[in-house]
Design a protein around this ligand. Structure first.
Ligand code: HEC
Ligand code: HEC
Length: 441
């Protein structure tokens, strides 16, 4: 690459050299010969550059295996979290947003490639209640993958061992594989890093230490052989391998085939006219400023944004006290000066199935969640009165409108957005890693 930079620098030198050869002095090289030499040198440089660029494109990038034609930022090249961005001003999008479908396979880290044996082992660990202190709770108790819970548990906040209730709502594990930040406050940066947390969380699975977890797994005879096939290079039962197996399994828990994805893929009739109106509003009023990209989250692997936002960004709404939105302040919980919370932007895939909403599960319906968002994040009021739908400010001095913004959205527009969000629900992934094997290996 250094060639790229030296080339422009060396141009003046070449030019000076060329000027000199225009007036040959006795004893100097024949000008024709010199031009030929310069020509050959230029051809060599160009060929070298092309080879370098070509090699660069061919070499595997560190971090992730990327599904074809999808741009994904490596979680291992993350910049240090930046301070949270402020809420965007309403309607600032002038350039059109580009909508994208979800890849059919989740990206996987180079040091934890998916294999059928590993996925099978991970699935077993995910549903194994023996990994909790009293044998009553598994990952799958709070992240249910059959029936209507769609990877969450349909409760306001989750219930762990001894019927203890935590303070946060369980987010779905579906499509977590595409997220660069996990947990409501974004404190984990990979599925591997996240997986060990609940095991020793006293309110969740309550194991005293990771060592105790490893011993539990060792006490279960059938696991030894499974770890050997899943990790042929380093077959020991370790917390590292437990995390890797669970994460591999979670990378199969994705829902790419939604009506939205089919629409973006070219099937125009996949969305109803109402859903299409909702999709356009989702862009025009600015939801896409945070819920962006194929996973509808700026905290996903497709985005370089830090994925954290103030919530509620506009503190002057009725919702703040109604839904106790600032009791927990998420990523800035330790900052006593913080007046509002900072939260990871969640994915909105399957959101119509994962009520109740927000970090504390305080909002029961999607319709209300959309109102809360429009109002707290985008300063929109909800009104059916056409008079309040636009804010008009005439500038006498400049003889033009100083401000002509849409401020309110109507009830029917809220319903349109909800209808659009319903198009993000996909069929549940088949609990069948053999199917996975036929599809992608
Ligand atoms: C007692 C219920 C409970 C159990 C058991 C549990 N979880 Fe969770 N899970 C939660 C809650 C609540 C959160 C959100 C916590 C937070 O954000 O602080 C969460 C968050 C997550 C997330 C992050 C999702 C996202 O979008 O950020 C993943 C992934 C996850 N859990 C996987 C697991 C795995 C793997 C296990 C088993 C090792 C497990 N969970 C066990 C309740 C549970
Ligand atoms: C400024 C950034 C921002 C904008 C703009 C924004 N959101 Fe959000 N959204 C968030 C954050 C952050 C959360 C998580 C809040 C929390 O942690 O409780 C969230 C949560 C949600 C949830 C709840 C998800 C769940 O699983 O509980 C829904 C639904 C939602 N947003 C929809 C929308 C819609 C629709 C719009 C446009 C009207 C929108 N959002 C605009 C940042 C934003």
């Amino acid at each position: 690459m250094s060639l790229l930079f030296t080339l422009p620098l060396s141009l003046p030198l070449v030019r000076r050299f060329c000027c000199r050869v225009k007036q040959p002095l006795p004893g100097q090289l024949n000008p024709a010969l010199t031009w030929m030499l310069v020509g050959i040198a230029a051809v060599v440089i160009v060929v070298k550059l092309i080879t370098l660029l070509w090699l660069d494109a061919l070499l595997p990038k560190p971090g992730l295996i990327t599904p074809p034609a999808t741009k994904i930022a490596s979680p291992y090249l993350l910049p240090h979290p930046k301070p949270p961005s402020r809420a965007p001003a309403a309607s600032t999008t002038t350039e059109r947003y580009r909508w994208q479908a979800l890849p059919k396979i989740a990206p996987e880290p180079l040091d934890n490639r998916n294999t059928v044996a590993k996925i099978n082992l991970g699935r077993q660990l995910f549903f194994d209640k023996r990994l909790s202190i009293d044998g009553t709770v598994a990952c799958g108790s709070c992240h249910q993958l059959t029936g209507s819970a769609y990877g969450a548990d349909r409760q306001t906040v989750s219930t762990g061992i001894d019927e203890q209730r935590g303070s946060r709502n369980a987010p779905t594990v579906l499509n977590a594989a595409f997220q660069r930040r996990l947990f409501w406050d974004g404190r984990a940066e990979s599925l591997e890093q996240q997986a060990l947390g609940p095991l020793t969380n006293p309110l969740e699975m309550g194991m005293p230490s990771l060592e105790a977890v490893v011993n539990r797994v060792r006490d279960t005879p059938e696991y030894a052989a499974q770890f050997r096939t899943a990790f042929p290079q380093q077959p020991q039962i370790s917390s590292d391998n437990i995390a890797k197996a669970i994460a591999s399994y979670e990378r199969t828990l994705i829902t790419p085939n939604t009506a939205y994805d089919r629409f973006v893929g070219g099937e125009e009739s996949a969305l109803t006219p109402q859903q299409l109106r909702g999709m356009a509003l989702f862009e025009s009023i600015g939801c896409v400023l945070c819920h962006s990209g194929p996973n509808f989250s700026s905290a996903s692997l497709f985005d370089n944004d830090n994925g954290l936002r103030l919530f509620p960004a506009n503190p002057d709404t009725e919702y703040q006290s109604k839904y106790r939105l600032i009791e927990d302040r998420g990523a800035v919980a330790d900052d006593e000066d913080a007046k509002v919370g900072v939260w990871r932007v969640p994915s909105l895939r399957n959101v119509s199935k994962t009520a109740p909403y927000f970090h504390n599960g305080s909002v029961d319906t999607l319709d209300e969640a959309v109102r809360v968002m429009a109002s707290t994040q985008l300063k929109r009021s909800i009104s059916n009165d056409p008079a309040s739908q636009q804010s008009i400010h005439w500038s006498k001095a400049q003889l033009r409108f100083a401000n002509l913004n849409n401020v309110a959205i109507s009830d029917s527009q809220v319903r349109d957005i909800v209808a659009f969000l319903e198009s993000l629900t996909g069929p549940l992934p088949e609990q069948n890693p053999l199917g996975f094997s036929a599809q992608s290996r």
